[in-house]
Every structure is written in structure tokens, then in C-alpha cells.
Write a protein that binds this ligand. Structure first.
Ligand SMILES: C[S@@+](CC[C@H](N)C(=O)[O-])C[C@H]1O[C@@H](n2cnc3c(N)ncnc32)[C@H](O)[C@@H]1O
Length: 273
């Protein structure tokens, strides 16, 4: 088992085999898989693929960018950016098992050479200074306490004028979240900051806000729909496969936390100054 509690939270045994079996059960052709086939299971954040599309449109990719996905998970967003726009994307993630599965899914979708992954910590990114045009991160910072260092590291690896694209969960005014949620079963690995505090930390780290969208309302609608569906048998393919036996409680709490404004969601694009 991993020696840090965040990686332990995300690690389950036989994840690769479980996903392959679910793809077969969902009628997918494993010889000809596309990122669209995987989207129900490998986009591990609120709003899933549509949220990735919205954030990518906010960035305005041309396809020439070299992109770093911080907390890349199973690689759904990074494969989408490489496949749809033609960017080269590197992913870094703390969870070794996610990195292994991300590599397997990349082979199965024929995207080797356009996307690569490595295990590493966002607080000590294993990349040279000024390596990337865009740093991208969806729903990873809520496991990271030291945001000042996180945002400084993201800035360090960006080229001057490069962009930082974020989809993050923020603390809302309604009090602490109900647990379990998808990123934590209890508070010791959950670190939420208000949108205002997050923005101040980003500006202090050397970023200028280019776009900031509070997406709590649309996220609440999709979480409510998801919670309504979180009864009985789940679909063959979904992020419940990553979450363990308490996935229904996690889906329910996500909706409840947004509804009670214990959590908020935002998208932001910032420029490195
Ligand atoms: C909810 S998942 C999101 C995965 C991916 N961004 C996506 O949207 O599909 C959160 C991810 O952040 C990663 N993570 C958490 N803390 C991290 C850290 N300090 N450094 C790198 N990755 C981290 C976890 O391992 C996990 O894969």
C-alpha cells in the first residue's frame, strides 16, 4: 500500500482489469477505443467531459501548445486535449496506480507519443523551469494543503506569458463539507479555500486573472442529477469504479455540499506574469 494518505485514498486493487471488464460489458471494442469511449470513467472531476470541453474553450488552444496536466488521474482530460486539439500533453500524478492505468488507456487509444505520464508530487514538479505553454489542473488541489507552493511550482514550469487553467473545488460559506466525498473520506486529506483566498494566493504567486467563472450552479444541477441516479445498479462504465463501496454516499454528498454552499466550484484561466 502507498505510504501517503492521499495516494492510499485513490488506490484500489485491480483498477485496470476492472475498467477493461467494464468497457467490455458496455459493448466497447477494446481494439478500437477512442477517448470518447472512455469519457464516462476517465474524466474524474465534476461535470466530466463537458466540463473539460468548457475549460479547454476558455483557454483557447491552438494545438501547438505543450501542456502539463497536474494531478492527471487516469488521463481522460490529457488524452482529450491531445486527441481533439493535437497538443502534446504530459501528466503528473501522485497515485502510482492511476499513472499505470493512464498509460494502459493511452496505449489502447493509440495516443502513445502524444501524451505521457509520470508519478510525482505537484509540490515538487519533476520538470525544468519554463517547459510548458499551458499548465492545466482539474479537481486535484483540494488534496493539497500548501497552495502557495503548488501555485509557485505551476508558475515555475510555465513559460513567461503561459497560461494556467484550473477547475477547482472551493470552500463555500455553508460550513465544512459532509464526508465522504470523491477526494476524501474524512477531513484530514481535504484542503478547501474560498474562491477569494484562492485568487489572492494565485496573484501572490505571480499570476494575472484572465477569466474566472463561478460554476457552482451548473455543477449543482449535474450533481443533483447524478445523485438521483445513484440508486440501484450503476451503469457498467462510470467513476464509481474508482471510488469503492461508498460511492453512492460520495455522489449524494457532492450534491448536498453544493446545495448547502459548503462547496463551490470555479474555472479560471490565469496568465503567468
Ligand atoms: C479527483 S482526481 C482528478 C484526476 C484528473 N485531474 C481528472 O480530472 O480526471 C484527483 C487527482 O489528484 C491527484 N493528486 C492529489 N494530490 C496530488 C499531489 N500532491 N501531486 C500530484 N497529484 C495529486 C490524485 O492522485 C488524483 O489522481
Amino acid at each position: 500500500m502507498p505510504d501517503n494518505p492521499v495516494e492510499t485514498h485513490y488506490t484500489s486493487s485491480e483498477l485496470g482489469g476492472t475498467i477493461l471488464a467494464a468497457l467490455k460489458a458496455a459493448g466497447k471494442d477494446l481494439e478500437h477505443l477512442t477517448p470518447d469511449d472512455l469519457a464516462p470513467v476517465d474524466e474524474f472531476h465534476g461535470g466530466q467531459r463537458p466540463a473539460t470541453v468548457r475549460l479547454a474553450e476558455l483557454v483557447g488552444f491552438t494545438g501547438a501548445e505543450r501542456v502539463l496536466d497536474v494531478g492527471s488521474g487516469l488521463g481522460g482530460p490529457s488524452r482529450y486535449l491531445a486527441w481533439h486539439y493535437g497538443c502534446h500533453v504530459s501528466g503528473v500524478d501522485l497515485t502510482a496506480e492511476f499513472v499505470r492505468v493512464a498509460e494502459m488507456l493511452t496505449r489502447l487509444t493509440g495516443l502513445v507519443g502524444r501524451v505521457d505520464y509520470r508519478q510525482g508530487n505537484a509540490l515538487d514538479l519533476p520538470f525544468e523551469d519554463t517547459s510548458f505553454d499551458v499548465v492545466w489542473s482539474q479537481n486535484a488541489a483540494m488534496n493539497i494543503a500548501d497552495r502557495d507552493r503548488l501555485y509557485r511550482e505551476m508558475r515555475r514550469v510555465l513559460k513567461p506569458g503561459g497560461k494556467l487553467a484550473l477547475q477547482e473545488v472551493a470552500a463555500g460559506p455553508g460550513g465544512p463539507p459532509h464526508y465522504p466525498v470523491q477526494w476524501a473520506r474524512e477531513p484530514s486529506i481535504s484542503f478547501l479555500f474560498s474562491q477569494e483566498a484562492t485568487r489572492a494566493k494565485l496573484e501572490a504567486a505571480g499570476f494575472r486573472v484572465a477569466a474566472w467563472q463561478d460554476t457552482t450552479e451548473p455543477a449543482l444541477q449535474s450533481a443533483t442529477a447524478r445523485a438521483r441516479n445513484a440508486v440501484g445498479e450503476p451503469p457498467a462504465l462510470g467513476t464509481h469504479l474508482l471510488l469503492g463501496g461508498d460511492w453512492q454516499a460520495m455522489f449524494r454528498n457532492s450534491g448536498r455540499n453544493l446545495e448547502e454552499r459548503r462547496t463551490e466550484l470555479f474555472n479560471a484561466v490565469l496568465e503567468r506574469i
